[in-house]
Design a protein around this ligand. Structure first.
Ligand code: SAH
Ligand code: SF4
Length: 439
């Protein structure tokens, strides 16, 4: 989401005649787009700001440093007054105000706008993508979140949920297709609650699938509560809607889920997974897990391990609980699981997850996948890398294939993170039958 927001900020600044540079030393203005989701995300930002303060001294003060994004909301006073680290603080809904705020800084004033909006979706701003691979793009479709999960700071830093009108999303998809993009990830804090008044998320996904049959559509991050059958059927029927879904579970224990204010039980979650796999054959799944949430006992932690072992996710993002100011958990519960136990539980779930991923990846050996080439592999210029429909990274020999090609690849080997394969031929979404994968 921050990458996507940065592309909006690019657009607003470039409209004012500014240009991006590659090295911080060459910049007159540096913005740090920040995240508050966990304490360590914020730590990294503080360290970065200290580096820029040193750079500012080297440049005799000829540098404006600004903080954008979620941290702006949380620490605007501290950031400006106590630390003297930054000149400008702008929250996620105030980017249109940047040119005015920059001129305030020029006039010698500190500039702050952290007002959250009920409407802002930046729908009319055409993001400028300076840093992507030219194949995959992010498109923000909704902002904010109303769910108020007990652990989560997002509703406080990003404000209320609001959806961008479908027309402006579909226009942007068309433009991306015209520019040669082959894959789009629709983004929102709670992406499947999308509702612009005329379209549900299922409606939007269907329309998005029709823009360009050779453009893959993914989405992140959804919430388990908004997966109607209709949506699953649309994903199953449209070949360019990817057979990969992220469904954050957070915990496998009902009492923990209730404390977290997650509106489902372990049993309902299993039912959803089963329904998804019934409707979408070959579907892969990923999840988010928090270990060591307030009051989590050893038995409750075991339930998370067994949930993950039962579902067998292809990928998981796993975190130790980090208490955030203003959240319900911070106000109501005690952060009482000691740090070393959180870490131990985290390493247990990570270890199990790596074993599951390796087992699942081994089952891929011999299958044929349609891989969208994203670029050269990290290890060797002679190899390309790209993703399957099911979001698995595949590395294979370059031959005559290029970035942006769809290539049929037979999987020959794997690690827990990556598949290795033998390219067969160039192909397309319409030529390739998904049944080939499991044949
Ligand atoms: N809207 C998404 C999540 C967005 S935040 C959803 O509902 O699933 C991304 C992930 O960060 C969350 O799923 C959660 O696993 C993790 N997270 C959020 N707050 C956290 C906290 N206080 N400590 C640790 N992890 C947290
Ligand atoms: Fe945070 Fe996601 Fe819950 Fe919203 S749904 S409060 S973003 S974890």
């Amino acid at each position: 989401m921050n990458v996507s927001d940065t592309e909006i900020v690019n657009s607003i600044l470039m409209e004012e005649g500014m240009e991006p540079v590659n090295e911080p030393e060459d910049a007159e203005i540096i913005f740090v787009n920040t995240c508050s989701i966990r304490e360590n995300a914020e730590e990294r930002v503080w360290n970065r700001l200290k580096e820029f303060r040193a750079l500012k001294r080297d440049k005799d003060g000829n540098l404006t440093v600004g903080v954008l994004g979620c941290m702006a909301e949380r620490i605007r006073d501290k950031i400006i007054e106590k630390e003297q680290l930054v000149d400008l603080v702008v929250g996620p809904d105030a980017y249109r105000d940047l040119p005015k705020l920059l001129s305030d800084v020029d006039d010698g004033r500190k500039a702050v706008n952290t007002i959250l909006s009920l409407e802002e979706t930046y729908a009319d701003i055409k993001p400028i993508r300076t840093n992507d691979n030219g194949v995959s793009a992010f498109v923000t479709i909704m902002r904010g979140c109303d769910n108020m999960c007990a652990f989560c700071v997002v509703p406080f830093t990003r404000g209320r949920e609001r959806s961008r009108p479908a027309e402006s999303i579909l226009d942007e998809l068309q433009q991306l297709s015209d520019q040669g993009y082959r894959e789009v990830t629709l983004l929102g804090q709670n992406v499947n609650s999308y509702d612009d008044g005329d379209h549900s998320f299922a409606d939007l996904m269907y329309k998005a699938s029709q823009v360009d049959p050779e453009m893959r559509i993914r989405f992140s991050s959804p919430h388990p509560k908004d997966f109607p059958e209709e949506l699953l059927e649309i994903i199953s029927e449209q070949p360019n809607l990817c057979n990969y879904i992220h469904i954050p579970a957070q915990s496998g224990n009902n009492a923990v889920l209730e404390r977290m204010r997650r509106p489902y039980t372990r049993e309902q979650y299993f039912d959803l997974v089963e329904k998804m796999r019934d409707i979408i054959p070959g579907l892969t799944l990923s999840t988010d897990i928090i270990t060591g949430f307030c009051g989590e006992t050893e038995e409750e932690h075991e339930d998370t391990l067994t949930l993950m072992a039962k579902v067998k996710y292809d990928l998981a993002y796993m975190f130790a609980y980090s208490e955030r100011g203003r959240t319900l958990a911070q106000r109501k519960y005690e952060d009482d699981v000691p740090e070393d136990i959180k870490k131990r539980r985290l390493s247990e779930i990570i270890k199990q997850q790596m074993e599951i991923q390796e087992e699942l990846n081994k089952q891929e050996i011999g299958r044929r996948h349609l891989v969208l080439v994203e670029g050269t592999s990290k290890r060797s210029d002679e190899q390309l890398c790209g993703r399957t429909d099911t979001n698995k990274m595949v590395v294979f020999d370059r031959k005559d294939f290029q970035k942006g090609d769809y290539v049929e690849v037979t999987i020959t080997d794997c690690t827990s993170a990556t598949l290795m394969g033998e390219p067969v031929q160039k192909s397309s979404i319409q030529e390739f039958s998904r049944e080939t994968v499991t044949a």
